[in-house]
Design a protein around this ligand. Structure first.
Ligand code: ME8
Length: 517
Protein backbone atom coordinates (compact mmCIF):
# COMPACT_ATOMS: atom_id res chain seq x y z
CA UNK A 1 0.00 0.00 0.00
CA UNK A 2 1.60 3.31 -1.00
CA UNK A 3 1.91 5.79 1.88
CA UNK A 4 -0.08 9.01 1.77
CA UNK A 5 0.68 11.54 4.49
CA UNK A 6 -1.87 14.35 4.64
CA UNK A 7 -1.78 17.28 7.04
CA UNK A 8 -3.99 20.23 7.94
CA UNK A 9 -2.58 23.38 9.51
CA UNK A 10 -2.29 23.11 13.26
CA UNK A 11 -4.75 25.64 14.64
CA UNK A 12 -4.09 28.33 17.19
CA UNK A 13 -5.64 27.68 20.56
CA UNK A 14 -6.39 31.33 21.23
CA UNK A 15 -9.97 30.53 20.35
CA UNK A 16 -12.44 27.70 19.79
CA UNK A 17 -12.79 25.86 16.45
CA UNK A 18 -14.85 27.87 13.96
CA UNK A 19 -16.36 27.11 10.60
CA UNK A 20 -13.18 28.25 8.79
CA UNK A 21 -10.96 25.74 10.57
CA UNK A 22 -13.71 23.14 10.16
CA UNK A 23 -13.66 23.83 6.40
CA UNK A 24 -10.01 22.83 6.07
CA UNK A 25 -10.35 19.89 8.43
CA UNK A 26 -13.45 18.44 6.74
CA UNK A 27 -11.87 18.80 3.32
CA UNK A 28 -8.70 17.14 4.58
CA UNK A 29 -10.74 14.37 6.15
CA UNK A 30 -12.67 13.67 2.96
CA UNK A 31 -9.42 13.52 0.99
CA UNK A 32 -7.89 11.18 3.58
CA UNK A 33 -10.96 8.94 3.40
CA UNK A 34 -10.79 8.92 -0.40
CA UNK A 35 -7.15 7.88 -0.31
CA UNK A 36 -7.99 5.06 2.10
CA UNK A 37 -10.75 3.99 -0.29
CA UNK A 38 -8.30 3.67 -3.18
CA UNK A 39 -6.02 1.58 -0.97
CA UNK A 40 -3.36 4.07 0.11
CA UNK A 41 -1.75 3.70 3.52
CA UNK A 42 -2.99 7.02 4.89
CA UNK A 43 -1.64 8.98 7.82
CA UNK A 44 -3.89 11.98 8.39
CA UNK A 45 -2.62 14.57 10.83
CA UNK A 46 -4.17 17.59 12.46
CA UNK A 47 -3.43 19.34 15.73
CA UNK A 48 -2.98 22.57 17.65
CA UNK A 49 -0.36 25.33 17.63
CA UNK A 50 0.10 26.28 21.27
CA UNK A 51 3.05 28.65 21.67
CA UNK A 52 3.52 32.36 21.08
CA UNK A 53 2.39 35.74 22.28
CA UNK A 54 -1.17 35.33 21.02
CA UNK A 55 -1.75 32.30 23.21
CA UNK A 56 -0.23 33.97 26.27
CA UNK A 57 -2.50 36.94 25.64
CA UNK A 58 -5.61 34.72 25.38
CA UNK A 59 -4.64 32.79 28.53
CA UNK A 60 -4.15 36.02 30.48
CA UNK A 61 -7.48 37.35 29.28
CA UNK A 62 -9.10 34.25 30.79
CA UNK A 63 -7.08 34.43 33.98
CA UNK A 64 -5.34 31.15 33.26
CA UNK A 65 -1.78 29.93 32.79
CA UNK A 66 -0.77 29.27 29.17
CA UNK A 67 -0.53 25.55 29.91
CA UNK A 68 -3.98 25.31 31.51
CA UNK A 69 -5.45 27.41 28.71
CA UNK A 70 -3.89 25.34 25.92
CA UNK A 71 -4.96 22.09 27.60
CA UNK A 72 -8.51 23.30 27.72
CA UNK A 73 -8.67 24.76 24.22
CA UNK A 74 -6.82 21.94 22.53
CA UNK A 75 -9.40 19.56 24.03
CA UNK A 76 -12.13 21.60 22.36
CA UNK A 77 -10.52 20.96 18.98
CA UNK A 78 -10.25 17.25 19.68
CA UNK A 79 -13.92 17.12 20.69
CA UNK A 80 -15.04 19.18 17.71
CA UNK A 81 -13.22 16.97 15.24
CA UNK A 82 -14.65 13.85 16.86
CA UNK A 83 -18.12 15.27 16.53
CA UNK A 84 -17.53 16.11 12.85
CA UNK A 85 -16.36 12.54 12.16
CA UNK A 86 -12.80 13.55 11.39
CA UNK A 87 -10.71 10.42 10.95
CA UNK A 88 -7.30 11.81 11.89
CA UNK A 89 -4.69 9.17 12.73
CA UNK A 90 -2.73 11.51 14.96
CA UNK A 91 -3.34 14.79 16.76
CA UNK A 92 -0.26 16.82 17.51
CA UNK A 93 0.09 19.49 20.17
CA UNK A 94 3.19 21.65 19.93
CA UNK A 95 3.56 21.56 23.71
CA UNK A 96 4.23 17.80 23.64
CA UNK A 97 7.72 16.52 24.56
CA UNK A 98 7.98 14.63 21.24
CA UNK A 99 7.65 17.96 19.45
CA UNK A 100 10.20 19.81 21.60
CA UNK A 101 12.75 17.11 20.80
CA UNK A 102 12.21 17.38 17.04
CA UNK A 103 12.16 21.20 16.96
CA UNK A 104 15.46 21.29 18.78
CA UNK A 105 17.07 18.59 16.68
CA UNK A 106 15.90 20.06 13.36
CA UNK A 107 16.87 23.66 14.13
CA UNK A 108 20.17 22.57 15.62
CA UNK A 109 20.85 20.88 12.29
CA UNK A 110 20.15 24.13 10.42
CA UNK A 111 22.38 26.01 12.89
CA UNK A 112 25.19 23.48 12.43
CA UNK A 113 24.81 23.84 8.66
CA UNK A 114 25.53 27.57 9.05
CA UNK A 115 22.12 28.96 8.15
CA UNK A 116 21.25 30.50 11.54
CA UNK A 117 23.10 33.57 12.87
CA UNK A 118 22.75 36.02 15.77
CA UNK A 119 21.59 39.56 14.98
CA UNK A 120 19.46 42.36 16.36
CA UNK A 121 15.92 43.00 15.39
CA UNK A 122 13.75 46.06 15.66
CA UNK A 123 10.36 45.91 14.09
CA UNK A 124 6.64 46.45 14.23
CA UNK A 125 4.97 43.32 15.45
CA UNK A 126 1.34 42.21 15.31
CA UNK A 127 0.57 39.79 18.12
CA UNK A 128 -2.43 38.34 16.28
CA UNK A 129 -0.40 37.52 13.16
CA UNK A 130 2.69 36.60 15.15
CA UNK A 131 4.52 38.46 12.40
CA UNK A 132 6.51 41.65 11.77
CA UNK A 133 5.44 44.41 9.39
CA UNK A 134 7.29 47.24 7.71
CA UNK A 135 5.71 50.69 8.19
CA UNK A 136 4.50 50.81 4.57
CA UNK A 137 2.64 47.52 5.01
CA UNK A 138 0.44 48.98 7.74
CA UNK A 139 -3.00 50.36 6.98
CA UNK A 140 -3.66 53.59 8.88
CA UNK A 141 -0.85 52.57 11.19
CA UNK A 142 -2.60 49.30 12.05
CA UNK A 143 -2.01 45.65 11.18
CA UNK A 144 -3.35 45.12 7.62
CA UNK A 145 -4.90 41.77 8.57
CA UNK A 146 -6.35 42.39 12.01
CA UNK A 147 -6.70 46.17 12.08
CA UNK A 148 -5.11 46.21 15.51
CA UNK A 149 -2.22 48.25 16.87
CA UNK A 150 1.26 46.88 16.26
CA UNK A 151 3.97 47.04 18.89
CA UNK A 152 7.59 48.01 18.42
CA UNK A 153 9.82 45.09 19.32
CA UNK A 154 13.58 45.25 19.72
CA UNK A 155 15.56 42.19 20.67
CA UNK A 156 18.62 40.08 20.05
CA UNK A 157 17.46 37.38 17.74
CA UNK A 158 18.79 34.49 15.82
CA UNK A 159 18.09 34.86 12.13
CA UNK A 160 17.44 32.19 9.56
CA UNK A 161 19.37 33.04 6.39
CA UNK A 162 16.35 32.86 4.13
CA UNK A 163 18.08 35.15 1.66
CA UNK A 164 20.50 32.34 0.82
CA UNK A 165 17.59 30.29 -0.51
CA UNK A 166 16.21 32.58 -3.18
CA UNK A 167 17.85 30.74 -6.06
CA UNK A 168 17.60 27.24 -4.53
CA UNK A 169 13.84 27.80 -4.06
CA UNK A 170 13.40 29.03 -7.62
CA UNK A 171 15.30 25.97 -8.85
CA UNK A 172 13.19 23.74 -6.67
CA UNK A 173 9.93 25.19 -7.98
CA UNK A 174 11.25 24.86 -11.50
CA UNK A 175 12.02 21.18 -11.15
CA UNK A 176 8.81 20.41 -9.18
CA UNK A 177 5.94 21.91 -11.18
CA UNK A 178 3.29 20.37 -8.89
CA UNK A 179 4.91 21.43 -5.62
CA UNK A 180 2.30 24.12 -4.94
CA UNK A 181 -1.22 23.91 -6.29
CA UNK A 182 -3.41 25.38 -7.67
CA UNK A 183 -1.42 27.34 -10.27
CA UNK A 184 -2.43 30.86 -9.11
CA UNK A 185 -1.15 30.04 -5.62
CA UNK A 186 2.07 28.65 -7.06
CA UNK A 187 2.49 31.92 -8.94
CA UNK A 188 1.85 33.89 -5.77
CA UNK A 189 4.57 31.95 -3.96
CA UNK A 190 6.98 32.45 -6.86
CA UNK A 191 6.13 36.17 -6.77
CA UNK A 192 7.19 36.34 -3.12
CA UNK A 193 10.47 34.61 -3.85
CA UNK A 194 11.25 36.69 -6.95
CA UNK A 195 10.45 39.83 -4.94
CA UNK A 196 13.55 39.09 -2.84
CA UNK A 197 13.88 37.26 0.46
CA UNK A 198 15.14 38.82 3.67
CA UNK A 199 16.58 36.86 6.56
CA UNK A 200 13.96 36.02 9.18
CA UNK A 201 14.18 36.44 12.91
CA UNK A 202 13.40 33.04 14.41
CA UNK A 203 13.92 33.40 18.16
CA UNK A 204 12.57 35.60 20.93
CA UNK A 205 14.02 36.64 24.27
CA UNK A 206 11.01 38.73 25.25
CA UNK A 207 8.87 35.67 25.82
CA UNK A 208 9.19 32.37 27.59
CA UNK A 209 6.23 30.42 26.14
CA UNK A 210 8.03 28.52 23.41
CA UNK A 211 10.57 25.80 22.68
CA UNK A 212 14.00 26.71 24.15
CA UNK A 213 16.87 27.24 21.71
CA UNK A 214 19.25 24.34 22.43
CA UNK A 215 22.48 26.29 21.86
CA UNK A 216 21.47 29.48 23.74
CA UNK A 217 19.10 29.29 26.69
CA UNK A 218 17.28 32.53 27.25
CA UNK A 219 15.92 32.33 23.71
CA UNK A 220 12.83 30.44 22.61
CA UNK A 221 11.96 29.74 19.00
CA UNK A 222 9.47 32.02 17.33
CA UNK A 223 6.11 30.26 17.12
CA UNK A 224 6.03 29.81 13.32
CA UNK A 225 9.45 28.17 13.36
CA UNK A 226 8.25 25.70 15.92
CA UNK A 227 4.82 25.20 14.34
CA UNK A 228 5.91 24.20 10.84
CA UNK A 229 8.08 21.47 12.29
CA UNK A 230 4.98 19.65 13.61
CA UNK A 231 4.77 17.93 10.24
CA UNK A 232 8.17 16.35 10.88
CA UNK A 233 7.45 15.44 14.50
CA UNK A 234 4.38 13.42 13.57
CA UNK A 235 6.36 11.67 10.82
CA UNK A 236 8.93 10.46 13.40
CA UNK A 237 11.79 12.70 12.23
CA UNK A 238 14.92 11.80 14.14
CA UNK A 239 13.37 8.82 15.93
CA UNK A 240 12.30 6.35 13.23
CA UNK A 241 14.19 6.91 9.97
CA UNK A 242 12.36 4.16 8.06
CA UNK A 243 8.92 5.55 8.91
CA UNK A 244 10.12 9.09 8.29
CA UNK A 245 11.48 8.32 4.83
CA UNK A 246 8.25 6.57 3.84
CA UNK A 247 5.98 9.34 5.11
CA UNK A 248 8.03 12.36 4.16
CA UNK A 249 8.27 11.39 0.51
CA UNK A 250 4.46 11.24 0.51
CA UNK A 251 3.76 14.40 2.54
CA UNK A 252 0.89 16.60 1.32
CA UNK A 253 0.00 19.78 3.19
CA UNK A 254 -3.49 21.26 2.89
CA UNK A 255 -3.52 24.90 4.02
CA UNK A 256 -5.55 28.10 3.69
CA UNK A 257 -4.29 30.98 1.57
CA UNK A 258 -3.48 33.10 4.64
CA UNK A 259 -0.47 30.97 5.48
CA UNK A 260 0.93 30.53 1.98
CA UNK A 261 4.17 32.48 2.60
CA UNK A 262 5.09 30.42 5.64
CA UNK A 263 4.43 27.09 3.92
CA UNK A 264 5.48 27.77 0.37
CA UNK A 265 8.53 29.98 0.99
CA UNK A 266 9.89 29.56 4.51
CA UNK A 267 9.14 25.90 4.97
CA UNK A 268 10.82 24.49 1.83
CA UNK A 269 13.82 26.75 2.57
CA UNK A 270 14.04 25.37 6.12
CA UNK A 271 13.88 21.82 4.77
CA UNK A 272 16.66 22.52 2.26
CA UNK A 273 18.74 24.18 4.99
CA UNK A 274 18.42 21.09 7.18
CA UNK A 275 19.32 18.80 4.30
CA UNK A 276 15.94 17.16 3.78
CA UNK A 277 13.62 17.38 0.79
CA UNK A 278 10.63 19.72 1.01
CA UNK A 279 7.23 18.01 1.28
CA UNK A 280 5.80 16.44 -1.86
CA UNK A 281 2.96 18.89 -2.33
CA UNK A 282 1.18 21.88 -0.82
CA UNK A 283 -2.43 22.55 -1.76
CA UNK A 284 -3.60 26.07 -0.91
CA UNK A 285 -7.34 26.55 -0.55
CA UNK A 286 -9.37 29.75 -0.57
CA UNK A 287 -11.38 31.45 2.12
CA UNK A 288 -14.95 31.09 3.28
CA UNK A 289 -16.30 34.61 3.28
CA UNK A 290 -19.21 36.03 5.22
CA UNK A 291 -19.02 39.57 4.00
CA UNK A 292 -21.94 41.54 5.41
CA UNK A 293 -23.76 38.37 6.34
CA UNK A 294 -26.59 39.01 8.77
CA UNK A 295 -27.79 36.08 10.72
CA UNK A 296 -31.43 35.06 10.67
CA UNK A 297 -33.37 34.35 13.82
CA UNK A 298 -33.07 30.61 13.39
CA UNK A 299 -29.34 30.73 13.42
CA UNK A 300 -29.26 32.70 16.62
CA UNK A 301 -31.84 30.47 18.27
CA UNK A 302 -29.84 27.43 17.27
CA UNK A 303 -26.83 28.82 19.08
CA UNK A 304 -24.62 29.25 16.05
CA UNK A 305 -23.59 32.45 17.72
CA UNK A 306 -23.47 32.31 21.45
CA UNK A 307 -24.33 35.93 21.91
CA UNK A 308 -25.06 39.01 19.85
CA UNK A 309 -28.03 40.30 18.00
CA UNK A 310 -29.30 39.53 14.51
CA UNK A 311 -28.54 42.95 13.14
CA UNK A 312 -24.81 42.62 13.60
CA UNK A 313 -22.57 41.37 10.81
CA UNK A 314 -20.70 38.31 11.84
CA UNK A 315 -17.20 37.13 11.25
CA UNK A 316 -16.58 33.59 10.12
CA UNK A 317 -14.60 33.01 13.31
CA UNK A 318 -17.79 33.55 15.31
CA UNK A 319 -19.68 30.72 13.65
CA UNK A 320 -19.50 27.42 15.50
CA UNK A 321 -19.37 24.29 13.34
CA UNK A 322 -20.83 22.34 16.25
CA UNK A 323 -23.94 24.48 16.38
CA UNK A 324 -24.31 24.05 12.62
CA UNK A 325 -23.94 20.29 13.04
CA UNK A 326 -26.66 20.34 15.73
CA UNK A 327 -28.89 22.29 13.40
CA UNK A 328 -28.36 20.41 10.13
CA UNK A 329 -26.65 17.16 11.06
CA UNK A 330 -22.96 16.34 10.73
CA UNK A 331 -23.11 14.89 7.23
CA UNK A 332 -25.16 17.74 5.72
CA UNK A 333 -22.65 20.22 7.16
CA UNK A 334 -19.75 18.21 5.79
CA UNK A 335 -21.50 17.95 2.44
CA UNK A 336 -22.04 21.69 2.30
CA UNK A 337 -18.41 22.46 3.13
CA UNK A 338 -17.22 20.08 0.43
CA UNK A 339 -19.77 20.74 -2.28
CA UNK A 340 -20.49 24.45 -2.32
CA UNK A 341 -17.06 25.98 -2.77
CA UNK A 342 -14.37 24.91 -5.15
CA UNK A 343 -11.30 24.10 -3.05
CA UNK A 344 -8.72 26.66 -4.11
CA UNK A 345 -11.20 29.53 -4.64
CA UNK A 346 -12.87 31.85 -2.17
CA UNK A 347 -16.57 31.32 -1.64
CA UNK A 348 -19.50 32.75 0.25
CA UNK A 349 -20.68 31.02 3.35
CA UNK A 350 -24.30 31.57 4.28
CA UNK A 351 -27.07 29.92 6.22
CA UNK A 352 -29.39 30.17 3.21
CA UNK A 353 -26.72 28.43 1.12
CA UNK A 354 -26.68 25.44 3.47
CA UNK A 355 -30.48 25.18 3.44
CA UNK A 356 -30.69 25.42 -0.35
CA UNK A 357 -28.03 22.77 -0.85
CA UNK A 358 -29.60 20.54 1.77
CA UNK A 359 -33.05 20.65 0.17
CA UNK A 360 -31.88 20.31 -3.43
CA UNK A 361 -29.23 17.62 -3.14
CA UNK A 362 -29.96 15.75 0.07
CA UNK A 363 -33.73 15.89 0.68
CA UNK A 364 -34.96 15.95 -2.93
CA UNK A 365 -32.32 13.84 -4.62
CA UNK A 366 -30.42 11.38 -2.48
CA UNK A 367 -32.97 11.04 0.33
CA UNK A 368 -35.78 10.69 -2.16
CA UNK A 369 -33.99 7.96 -4.12
CA UNK A 370 -33.28 5.95 -0.97
CA UNK A 371 -36.84 6.14 0.32
CA UNK A 372 -38.67 5.51 -2.94
CA UNK A 373 -36.50 2.48 -3.78
CA UNK A 374 -37.05 0.96 -0.33
CA UNK A 375 -40.80 1.63 -0.51
CA UNK A 376 -41.22 -0.03 -3.91
CA UNK A 377 -38.99 -2.98 -2.95
CA UNK A 378 -41.40 -3.52 -0.06
CA UNK A 379 -44.58 -3.15 -2.12
CA UNK A 380 -43.43 -5.20 -5.15
CA UNK A 381 -40.71 -7.59 -3.93
CA UNK A 382 -41.67 -8.40 -0.35
CA UNK A 383 -38.84 -6.28 1.04
CA UNK A 384 -36.09 -8.43 -0.50
CA UNK A 385 -33.67 -6.61 -2.80
CA UNK A 386 -33.54 -8.13 -6.32
CA UNK A 387 -30.18 -8.55 -8.11
CA UNK A 388 -29.14 -5.94 -10.65
CA UNK A 389 -28.92 -6.56 -14.37
CA UNK A 390 -25.24 -6.80 -15.40
CA UNK A 391 -26.04 -5.27 -18.80
CA UNK A 392 -28.22 -2.41 -17.57
CA UNK A 393 -28.09 0.94 -19.36
CA UNK A 394 -27.04 2.60 -16.05
CA UNK A 395 -23.72 0.75 -16.19
CA UNK A 396 -22.46 3.38 -18.69
CA UNK A 397 -23.14 6.45 -16.52
CA UNK A 398 -21.70 4.59 -13.53
CA UNK A 399 -18.36 3.99 -15.24
CA UNK A 400 -18.24 7.61 -16.36
CA UNK A 401 -19.04 8.93 -12.87
CA UNK A 402 -16.53 6.63 -11.22
CA UNK A 403 -13.76 7.88 -13.50
CA UNK A 404 -14.81 11.52 -13.06
CA UNK A 405 -15.03 11.27 -9.26
CA UNK A 406 -11.64 9.57 -9.00
CA UNK A 407 -9.99 12.17 -11.22
CA UNK A 408 -11.61 14.96 -9.19
CA UNK A 409 -10.40 13.68 -5.82
CA UNK A 410 -6.94 13.28 -7.32
CA UNK A 411 -6.87 16.95 -8.28
CA UNK A 412 -8.17 18.07 -4.87
CA UNK A 413 -11.64 18.84 -6.17
CA UNK A 414 -14.22 17.33 -3.78
CA UNK A 415 -16.82 19.63 -5.28
CA UNK A 416 -16.44 18.04 -8.72
CA UNK A 417 -16.35 14.51 -7.28
CA UNK A 418 -19.66 15.11 -5.52
CA UNK A 419 -21.17 16.86 -8.50
CA UNK A 420 -20.39 13.78 -10.60
CA UNK A 421 -21.90 11.49 -7.97
CA UNK A 422 -25.08 13.55 -7.95
CA UNK A 423 -25.32 13.15 -11.73
CA UNK A 424 -25.64 9.44 -11.08
CA UNK A 425 -28.28 9.95 -8.40
CA UNK A 426 -30.16 12.18 -10.84
CA UNK A 427 -29.92 9.53 -13.58
CA UNK A 428 -31.31 6.87 -11.24
CA UNK A 429 -34.20 9.10 -10.14
CA UNK A 430 -34.95 9.92 -13.79
CA UNK A 431 -34.95 6.25 -14.70
CA UNK A 432 -37.52 5.54 -11.98
CA UNK A 433 -39.67 8.44 -13.09
CA UNK A 434 -39.64 7.12 -16.68
CA UNK A 435 -40.30 3.48 -15.86
CA UNK A 436 -42.62 4.06 -12.86
CA UNK A 437 -42.06 0.67 -11.21
CA UNK A 438 -44.63 1.55 -8.51
CA UNK A 439 -47.31 1.19 -11.21
CA UNK A 440 -46.10 -2.21 -12.45
CA UNK A 441 -47.18 -5.68 -11.45
CA UNK A 442 -44.65 -7.69 -9.48
CA UNK A 443 -42.39 -9.71 -11.79
CA UNK A 444 -39.03 -9.77 -13.60
CA UNK A 445 -39.36 -6.29 -15.12
CA UNK A 446 -39.96 -4.52 -11.82
CA UNK A 447 -37.23 -6.62 -10.20
CA UNK A 448 -34.71 -5.61 -12.81
CA UNK A 449 -35.54 -1.90 -12.42
CA UNK A 450 -35.29 -2.08 -8.63
CA UNK A 451 -32.16 -4.23 -8.67
CA UNK A 452 -30.51 -1.60 -10.85
CA UNK A 453 -31.65 1.21 -8.56
CA UNK A 454 -30.26 -0.68 -5.56
CA UNK A 455 -26.99 -1.15 -7.42
CA UNK A 456 -26.81 2.60 -8.01
CA UNK A 457 -27.41 3.15 -4.29
CA UNK A 458 -24.64 0.68 -3.47
CA UNK A 459 -22.20 2.57 -5.70
CA UNK A 460 -23.41 5.95 -4.43
CA UNK A 461 -22.87 4.78 -0.84
CA UNK A 462 -19.26 4.04 -1.74
CA UNK A 463 -18.70 7.29 -3.61
CA UNK A 464 -20.15 9.50 -0.87
CA UNK A 465 -18.31 7.71 1.94
CA UNK A 466 -15.41 10.23 2.04
CA UNK A 467 -17.88 13.10 2.33
CA UNK A 468 -20.71 11.64 4.40
CA UNK A 469 -19.47 8.57 6.24
CA UNK A 470 -22.57 8.01 8.43
CA UNK A 471 -25.01 8.43 5.57
CA UNK A 472 -22.95 6.06 3.48
CA UNK A 473 -23.06 3.40 6.21
CA UNK A 474 -26.78 3.94 6.70
CA UNK A 475 -27.55 3.45 2.99
CA UNK A 476 -25.36 0.34 3.00
CA UNK A 477 -27.41 -1.00 5.90
CA UNK A 478 -30.75 -0.08 4.36
CA UNK A 479 -30.01 -1.87 1.09
CA UNK A 480 -29.22 -5.01 3.04
CA UNK A 481 -25.40 -5.06 2.94
CA UNK A 482 -24.68 -4.69 6.66
CA UNK A 483 -23.06 -1.66 8.26
CA UNK A 484 -19.39 -2.11 7.50
CA UNK A 485 -17.79 -0.64 4.39
CA UNK A 486 -14.26 -0.71 5.75
CA UNK A 487 -13.11 -3.43 3.34
CA UNK A 488 -14.58 -1.69 0.30
CA UNK A 489 -12.05 -0.41 -2.25
CA UNK A 490 -12.40 1.56 -5.45
CA UNK A 491 -12.44 1.19 -8.33
CA UNK A 492 -12.90 -2.61 -7.92
CA UNK A 493 -15.90 -2.71 -5.60
CA UNK A 494 -17.61 0.23 -7.25
CA UNK A 495 -17.81 -1.38 -10.69
CA UNK A 496 -21.31 -2.10 -11.98
CA UNK A 497 -22.75 -5.53 -11.12
CA UNK A 498 -21.93 -5.93 -7.44
CA UNK A 499 -25.47 -5.97 -6.06
CA UNK A 500 -26.32 -9.68 -5.97
CA UNK A 501 -29.76 -9.31 -4.34
CA UNK A 502 -31.37 -11.50 -1.72
CA UNK A 503 -30.85 -9.17 1.23
CA UNK A 504 -33.55 -7.48 3.26
CA UNK A 505 -34.10 -3.84 2.31
CA UNK A 506 -34.93 -1.57 5.24
CA UNK A 507 -37.57 1.12 5.08
CA UNK A 508 -36.63 3.88 7.49
CA UNK A 509 -37.32 7.47 8.38
CA UNK A 510 -36.43 10.00 5.70
CA UNK A 511 -32.65 10.42 5.71
CA UNK A 512 -32.97 14.16 5.13
CA UNK A 513 -36.39 15.62 6.00
CA UNK A 514 -37.06 18.69 3.87
CA UNK A 515 -36.36 22.00 5.62
CA UNK A 516 -38.40 25.17 5.37
CA UNK A 517 -35.64 27.65 6.17
O1 ME8 B 1 -2.52 30.12 11.03
N1 ME8 B 1 -11.95 30.09 5.36
O2 ME8 B 1 -3.63 28.89 12.65
P1 ME8 B 1 -5.11 29.43 12.53
C1 ME8 B 1 -11.28 28.96 5.17
N2 ME8 B 1 -1.36 28.13 13.69
N3 ME8 B 1 -10.34 28.49 5.99
C2 ME8 B 1 -10.07 29.21 7.09
C3 ME8 B 1 -10.75 30.40 7.38
C4 ME8 B 1 -11.73 30.85 6.45
N4 ME8 B 1 -12.42 31.96 6.62
N5 ME8 B 1 -10.26 30.88 8.53
C5 ME8 B 1 -9.32 30.00 8.96
C6 ME8 B 1 -2.53 29.32 11.95
N6 ME8 B 1 -9.20 28.99 8.09
C7 ME8 B 1 -1.24 28.63 12.37
C8 ME8 B 1 -0.96 27.52 11.38
S1 ME8 B 1 0.52 25.46 10.50
C9 ME8 B 1 2.09 24.94 10.73
C10 ME8 B 1 0.32 26.78 11.64
C11 ME8 B 1 -8.32 27.83 8.20
O3 ME8 B 1 -5.83 28.89 13.73
C12 ME8 B 1 -7.30 27.78 7.06
O4 ME8 B 1 -6.85 26.47 6.92
O5 ME8 B 1 -5.12 30.89 12.32
C13 ME8 B 1 -6.19 28.64 7.59
O6 ME8 B 1 -4.97 28.41 6.91
C14 ME8 B 1 -6.15 28.16 9.02
O7 ME8 B 1 -7.54 27.94 9.36
C15 ME8 B 1 -5.51 29.14 9.97
O8 ME8 B 1 -5.69 28.67 11.28
Amino acid sequence: MPPYYLTTPIYYVNDAPHVGTAYTTVNGDALARWHRLVGDDVTFLTGTDEHGAKIVEAAEAHGMSPQAWTDQTSARFIEAWERLDISNDDFIRTTEPRHYAVVQEFLQRIYDNGFIELGQYTGLYCVSCEDYYTPDQLVDGLCPVHGRAVIEMREDNYFFKLSAFEQPLLDYYDSHPDFVRPIPKRNEALGFIRGGLNDVSITRTSMKWGVPVPWDDGHVFYVWYDALINYLTAASYGSDPVRFDALWGAAHHLIGKDILKFHCVWWPAMCLAAGIAPPAEIFVHGYLLMEGQKLGKTLIQSGVVGEGDGARSLKITEVSPLALADEFGVDPLRYHLLRDISLGSDGDFSYEGIVARYNADLANNLGNLVSRVATVVHSKCGGVGPACDPDAALAGPVAEVLAAAGAAWDRWAPQDALEATWRLIGAANAELETTEPWKMDPGPEVESILGNALEVLRIVAILISPAMPSTSAEIWRRIGLGADLSAVRVPGHAAWGGYGGGGGVVKGDPLFPRRKS
